[in-house]
Design a protein around this ligand. Structure first.
Ligand code: 5GP
Ligand code: ZN
Length: 136
């Protein structure tokens, strides 16, 4: 299932070229055109799912297994010392291409990147309230 005018559908299915690190019948792994660090790569399913909400559970599991294999290969070949896995869902969360993708960002000492958030203060009562809101 492909979506019209989706750049990642076209890349994943080989209609638009990209630097491919891995390909099978369900996924393509490519280098990001605007890398955070050397080796920044993306896992794309060949079928179109806008985000993690749409991605079938089984595919979500396969994505994580593939990420693990790619991380090991990149660590061995690039000599990076860490990795960030980033996966944005929705405009507000920074998603710019609305075809599910998982970022794999190799980390090197002094790579100058900062991927994170500013921790907020929270009381135990507030944590309890949030817990109850989600699973209560
Ligand atoms: P998002 O912000 O949606 O999580 O990430 C989209 C990513 O796709 C960005 O890191 C951006 O650099 C990358 N990207 C956008 N267009 C292209 C493209 O045509 N080719 C490749 N290889 N990467 C792209
Ligand atoms: Zn698509």
């Amino acid at each position: 299932m492909k979506a019209d005018n989706c750049i990642f559908c076209k890349i994943a299915n080989g209609e638009i070229p990209a630097k491919t690190l891995y390909e099978d019948d369900k996924f393509r792994v490519i280098l990001d055109l605007g890398p955070a660090t050397k080796g920044h790569a993306l896992i794309l399913p060949k079928d179109h799912y806008a985000d993690l909400f749409e991605l079938p559970e089984e595919s979500a599991g396969e994505v994580m297994k593939l990420a693990k294999r790619m991380l090991i290969k990149m660590r061995d070949k690039l000599g990076c010392e860490g990795f960030n896995l980033v996966q944005n869902n929705g405009d507000l969360a920074g998603q710019t291409v609305f075809h599910f993708h998982l970022h794999m960002i190799p980390r090197y000492s002094a790579d100058g990147q900062k991927i994170g958030w500013k921790p907020q203060e929270v009381t135990p009562e507030e944590l309890e309230e949030v817990k109850n809101q989600i699973v209560g």
